[in-house]
Design a protein around this ligand. Structure first.
Ligand code: AHG
Ligand code: MN
Ligand code: MN
Length: 347
């Protein structure tokens, strides 16, 4: 049976789409086969492998022994550690061990960076990551994520303190996240737009879903844990009161930053984790939670702020430093900032 031109065009189009795998896309993005492009492409492939391994384990979590629940330990943040946090943390280490690419990995679950000495003479990159973001969702089968950021090692790290990582977020070479939801999604940027990929389990490949994602300049969603209202500054309280009193806004909060952020990236709005009385810097960690997402939102045409300054300008004073985070559509982030500014004027 002969194919009409339009049938051919349609099937060719979906075939092209199926063939746009993450690795091909990374190389096209870098527009080079030079050593740095090869390295970044290999690093992204390893991150994708980590995502596939974590996704596989999460999808069977309720069926296997020893996957759900707490380990009984606390991490450096003083938070109870889940078995999945440790599994996912170790997955990232394992996939990078023999890579020759990454000398150090720094994660939420480790007080100090993890060094892979055999890679260090040549591996000039550092991976910063949150292995499982939103881990309170793991045991109830709701969405969780992983966040990653790639930085070039700057100078020697002789004392093992990784102080060269205490730099602003503009220094990131790449950033992204993996969202483990009904499907597994990988979103990344190499500083040239934001692109999303869906894991096709039958192929074991991340396939291009959307290129050059742009966040709407305004959206209806505000995403914040309102249970903290009593401990916020007046600026944030005034902003939330404004949301309550005006038509056109709706609240969404899942308890997993990656999921809440992804909704906002795709549909617009704002996510906030402001400082509180107990935690003036908020809860979210700069180097492997807020800064990577700020890198993505700027690439998508949005904005990320601490309320006082551009989030990508913040220089951490320690590996696990925290910052308040206000992130999303340009207009919505500016509106929150205007309430914060007004409250300072009134002081
Ligand atoms: P993590 O699971 O990596 O510790 O991160 C949890 C974070 C983030 O995902 C989420 O937005 C926030 O904590 C939720 O905190 P609250 O329960 O305080 O709202
Ligand atoms: Mn997290
Ligand atoms: Mn985490």
């Amino acid at each position: 049976m002969s194919q009409t031109q339009s049938e051919y065009t349609v099937s060719q189009h979906s075939l092209d789409r199926d063939c746009t795998t993450l690795s091909r896309h990374v190389l096209e993005q870098l527009n080079s086969f030079g050593p740095e492009a090869q390295d970044l492409s290999a690093i992204m492939n390893r991150i994708a492998l980590a995502g596939k391994l974590i996704s596989r384990r999460l999808s069977r979590a309720g069926l296997m022994a020893g996957v759900l629940g707490f380990t009984g330990e606390e991490n450096i943040q003083g938070e109870s550690v889940k078995k999945m946090d440790i599994y996912a943390n170790d997955v990232f280490i394992s996939v990078f061990k023999q890579s020759g690419l990454v000398c150090r990995l720094a994660s939420e679950e480790m007080e100090k960076p993890y060094y892979i000495p055999e890679n260090c003479p040549i591996g000039r990159y550092t991976l910063l990551y949150d292995p499982i973001d939103g881990s309170s969702n793991v045991d109830i089968n709701l969405n969780v994520g992983s966040i990653f950021s790639i930085r070039q090692q700057q100078g020697e790290d002789l004392d093992g303190e990784a102080k060269d990582l205490f730099q602003d977020g503009h220094q990131q070479l790449a950033a992204g996240y993996i969202l483990y939801g009904p499907s597994t999604l990988l979103v990344y940027s190499l500083g040239n737009g934001v692109h999303s990929f869906i894991l096709d389990p039958s192929l074991g490949e991340f396939i291009l879903a959307e290129e050059n994602i742009k966040v709407p300049v305004h959206g209806p969603v505000y995403s914040v844990n309102e249970g903290n209202f009593w401990q916020w500054d007046n600026g944030i309280r005034d902003y939330i009161r404004y949301m309550h009193r005006h038509e056109g806004y709706t609240a969404r909060y899942s308890g997993a930053l990656v999921g809440d952020f992804h909704r906002i990236l795709m549909q617009g709005g704002v996510f906030l984790y402001p400082g509180t009385v107990k935690k003036p810097e908020g809860k979210l960690r700069l180097l492997y939670e807020s800064a990577p997402l700020a890198f993505l939102i700027e690439q998508a045409g949005g904005k990320a702020s601490t309320g006082k300054e551009n989030l990508l300008d913040v220089i951490p004073d320690k590996l696990h430093a925290r910052t308040p985070l206000i992130i999303g559509s340009l207009e919505d982030v500016k509106l929150v900032e205007s309430f914060i500014e007004d409250s300072y004027k009134q002081k």
